[in-house]
Design a protein around this ligand. Structure first.
Ligand SMILES: [Cu+2]
Length: 154
């Protein structure tokens, strides 16, 4: 019972080789794909502020014009220019100990982000439309969220 076919010695080999190549290919693809997605550190939720279409006319402004963010919760603020006109974001008044911020000129679709860690009131404006394209961010400290637990009842 000789089943080995001397006439076509390569067929089984090539089928096996093909299967191995497919497996290797899958492993290579997996090896390439997996490292591209590193373990995601806990994403910091962001707060979005937009410069809507028409911003810079004195009717329109940053939106929202007054934002409240909480340190450790959503204190990374991302501005997006959705207007066809260029705008900027530049801090005017900031809390003591805070660091000011100033964006480059933002064309349509461009963003600028700042993480605000010092609680207090920040005002900022667009330097291209100063005096009226202004807005405010209130940063609330992280301890405020637990202050209710300190009530002693004495
Ligand atoms: Cu502007």
């Amino acid at each position: 019972m000789e089943t080995y076919d001397e006439g076509k010695p390569g067929r089984g080999f090539f089928m096996l080789a093909g299967a191995i190549m497919i497996i290797v290919g899958v492993l290579v693809v997996a090896a390439l794909v997996v490292p591209i997605q590193p373990p995601t550190p806990k994403a910091t939720p962001k707060s979005g502020i937009i410069m809507p279409s028409g911003a810079g006319n004195d009717q329109l402004n940053f939106s929202p014009k007054r934002a409240v963010v909480i340190v450790g919760v959503n204190n990374t603020v991302v501005w997006t220019n959705e207007d066809t006109v260029d705008h900027t974001v530049k801090s005017e008044t900031i809390p003591s100990g805070a660091v000011g911020f100033s964006s480059d000129i933002l064309s349509k679709g461009q963003t600028f982000s700042v993480t605000l860690t010092v609680p207090g009131t920040y005002t900022y404006e667009c330097t291209i439309h100063p005096g009226f394209m202004q807005a405010t961010i209130i940063v609330v400290g992280p301890t405020n969220s637990t202050s209710m637990t300190s009530a002693s009842g004495a």
